[in-house]
Ligand binder design. Structure first.
Ligand SMILES: [Zn+2]
Length: 119
């Protein structure tokens, strides 16, 4: 996946650098999930306790089998946000952000809308 300085992933990583231990990485998800990821970081910021802000960090953010996967070192309250986001990703086209569903094509799973299916 190509990524340059104007990439939304990079912007989000910088905006929420605190959630990456100050070292944001380029997560590999489709462009359609930009608003979803932005919402995840907002929600996590809202539930992080003061005494865990320094230690919390995402370790991996990616798409796997068509679904968003996010791993971190936080507690159950973070897992609740992640569970919500991973479930939501199954309804959001990862290409355009429209209403989508999980589809498989030749064993390759993607969450896509009708328009983006097969693209
Ligand atoms: Zn689409």
């Amino acid at each position: 996946m190509e990524m340059d300085e104007s990439d939304w992933r990079r912007h989000l990583g910088r905006r929420w650098a605190e959630q990456f231990g100050g070292r944001p990485f380029g997560f590999t998800v489709g462009d359609g999930w930009d608003h979803l990821l932005a919402e995840v970081f907002r929600r996590v910021d809202a539930v992080l306790e003061d005494d865990e802000r320094d230690s919390f960090a995402w370790s991996d953010i990616k798409e796997k089998w068509g679904v968003l996967r996010m791993t971190h070192n936080g507690g159950d309250h973070i897992d609740e946000v992640v569970d919500w986001a991973e479930a939501a990703s199954k309804r959001i086209c990862d290409r355009c952000g429209g209403s989508g569903r999980l589809r498989s094509e030749g064993g390759h799973w993607r969450t896509r809308c009708d328009v983006c299916d097969g693209l």
